[in-house]
Ligand binder design. Structure first.
Ligand SMILES: N[C@@H](CCC(=O)N[C@@H](CS)C(=O)NCC(=O)O)C(=O)O
Length: 131
């Protein structure tokens, strides 16, 4: 399976995908989509992810997928070398992973994104205010 990751390492969901692949020995090609340069809204990238966000993946030049949790679930299921504990075959254990993933999207991420951006990324980047 030939896997391409469309990512920007500034992005937490992108880092989650990269770390998951590295920890599980999944080979991939990393394609940087620099959202500070608005590369995510280019017509070329829109063909990969119509939502114009990172991360997204492409498999074998055909199958495309966006949303980090959907990507993580897919990778855990599609690559046989991934240990079962990441996304268990047991339905009850799997449901608990799904529950935490869904909770994270609507809770943990909202809180931490603003905090990290305003305290660290913003002041260190071109988003810094001129005042
Ligand atoms: N729920 C999505 C969130 C994706 C997302 O918000 N990506 C941000 C980077 S963390 C992005 O692409 N931002 C570019 C923009 O808003 O223009 C996921 O988990 O994949």
């Amino acid at each position: 399976m030939k896997l391409k990751l469309f990512v920007d390492r500034l992005s937490q969901p992108c880092r989650a995908i990269l770390i998951f692949c590295k920890l599980n020995g999944i080979e991939f090609e990393e394609v940087t989509i620099d959202f500070c340069k608005r590369e995510n809204i280019s017509p070329e990238y829109q063909k990969i992810n119509p939502m114009q966000l990172v991360p997204a993946i492409e498999v074998d030049g055909e199958f495309k997928l966006f949303e980090s949790h959907a990507i993580l679930r897919f990778l855990a299921s599609a690559f046989p070398g991934v240990a079962d504990h990441w996304y268990p075959a047991d339905l009850f254990e799997r449901a608990q992973i799904d529950s935490v993933l869904d909770w994270r999207h609507s809770n943990l991420r909202h809180g931490t994104t603003g905090l990290v951006f305003n305290s660290t990324v913003g002041p260190a980047s071109e988003f810094r205010s001129s005042s």
